[in-house]
Design a binder for this molecule. Structure first.
Ligand SMILES: Cc1cc2nc3c(=O)[nH]c(=O)nc-3n(C[C@H](O)[C@H](O)[C@H](O)COP(=O)(O)O)c2cc1C
Ligand code: SF4
Length: 403
């Protein structure tokens, strides 16, 4: 824990700012549930876990459900390569995450919250359990929270076991129910049929942590930051070839170039935005904005300088997907193996451009035919790295010899 990441100064417009413990929750409990939903809707907060689904819509559906049992699940699986922002929130700002969950419970009418914690974060379990215990002692969890008659809510923490796909919300729910962590068919969505068959909201750590500040300051305040379609700020986990790796809170709409300047990486050759399943941008695209409507990301930013071999980078991403595919559906189970084989063929110089184009088509088919987000996004690095770094990867002299 005592790394350069943890020593970094933390300042930011929404999350990395001063917060008085309990204040957001106290204010939320003084509000009508519909007024909380209105603030959320006005804020245009979208899920920070990657998919960018409007948070207010999710909460409204579950709030309107007639089931007497509902759940709030905090997705703390954080398995996307290059992402470590949720770890920072949980260790440095747990009050925001847990209060966000309690506010969610109050708003939708749930009395139970579960944190699905990445297995590798086992080391923080006792710290988080102690924090929850303190919240109970201070009346922020348990029965009649902060004196609000009849509002009961408690949180438990369950550990994942290291499968990347268990971050996908339906696989996560399967795993929580004690089954093998494999994505379900959707619909039905968790908001209708979630944990143990009950309406459930699954939200990312960062989404939930934004809620107490949003309640304190209002939806309109949140919209003052970012862009029209991507409001507020975003935590970026920055790693790779830069002077100052770490977690940065910046407004949505920041360009890749601006971010590279902030982290000391102006000599970057490539930036992988959105983790292994994201898009790899070259210099010509560094003016693109980090936003849902442009270069979208759940927060992972991996930087590569001139010394990096982009084919090796691509190979390690594809090896990851072959390893992590749950194998349920053919496009992903077979497709990722074929894409990896293609990378290995390029490596050996035994390929034709026609076959590589066929593999890109296969990738596009996987994007539409795979059952869950893993297979729908795993071709992204294959397509973007081969297109944006073709001069480096397909050295014309060697290719002539190879074909
Ligand atoms: C393979 C895969 C892995 C995922 N991993 C995570 C994760 O670690 N954390 C997360 O919040 N969302 C993850 N998601 C997205 C979740 O399915 C879901 O969209 C998210 O938890 C919803 O929360 P949000 O609306 O607050 O973003 C993953 C999706 C896929 C397809
Ligand atoms: S896309 Fe991949 S991870 Fe998702 S269900 Fe299909 S095989 Fe499993």
């Amino acid at each position: 824990m005592n790394t350069a990441f943890e020593k970094q100064d933390r300042t930011g417009p929404v999350l990395f700012r001063t917060y008085e413990k309990g204040s957001g929750l106290k204010k939320a409990l003084s509000m009508e549930r519909n007024d909380i939903l209105d603030e959320l809707r006005e804020s245009k907060l979208k899920g920070r876990g990657g998919a960018g689904f409007p948070t207010s819509t999710k909460w409204m559906i579950v709030a309107a459900a007639s089931d007497s049992k509902k759940y709030v699940i905090c997705n703390a699986d954080e398995g996307e390569p290059g992402t470590f922002k949720d770890r920072v929130l949980l260790t440095e700002y747990p009050e925001l995450v847990f209060e966000g969950m309690v506010i969610a419970g109050y708003t939708i009418g749930a009395d139970e919250g579960i944190v699905y914690l990445r297995g590798e974060y086992f080391y923080m379990l006792s710290f988080l359990e102690k924090f929850l215990e303190d919240m109970r002692s201070n009346g922020l969890l348990g029965k009649n929270i902060l004196g609000k008659d009849g509002f009961n809510f408690d949180i438990s923490i369950r550990l994942g076991s290291g499968a990347y796909v268990c971050g996908e919300e339906t696989a996560l729910i399967e795993s929580l129910e004690g089954y093998r962590g494999e994505p379900r068919n959707r619909p039905p969505f968790p908001v209708n049929t979630g944990f143990m068959g009950h309406p459930t909201i699954v939200n990312n750590v960062e989404t939930l942590a934004s809620v107490p500040h949003l309640i304190m300051n209002g939806g309109a305040w949140f919209c003052e930051m970012g862009t029209d379609k991507s409001t507020g700020s975003k935590l970026f986990s920055v790693s790779g070839d830069c002077d100052s790796p770490g977690v940065y809170e910046l407004p949505w709409g920041t360009t890749i170039k601006e971010l590279l300047k902030i982290v000391g990486a102006e000599n970057a050759k490539a930036v992988q935005v959105g983790g292994a399943s994201g898009i790899c941008f070259g210099k010509k695209d560094f003016s693109r904005s980090l936003a849902y409507e442009d270069a979208a990301t759940g927060g992972s930013i991996m930087i590569f300088n001139e010394s990096r071999n982009m084919l090796h980078v691509l190979k390690s991403f594809m090896e990851f997907f072959v390893e992590e595919s749950c194998g349920q559906c053919t496009p992903c189970r077979i497709g990722n193996v074929k894409l990896l084989e293609g990378v290995e063929m390029i490596e050996r110089g035994e390929f034709t451009f026609e076959y590589i184009e066929k593999l890109k088509d296969l990738g596009r088919t996987m994007q539409v035919a795979s059952k869950c987000g893993l297979g729908q996004t795993s071709p992204n690095p294959f397509i973007s790295i081969l297109e944006n770094f073709k001069d480096e990867i397909f050295n014309p002299r060697e290719v002539n010899e190879a074909v």
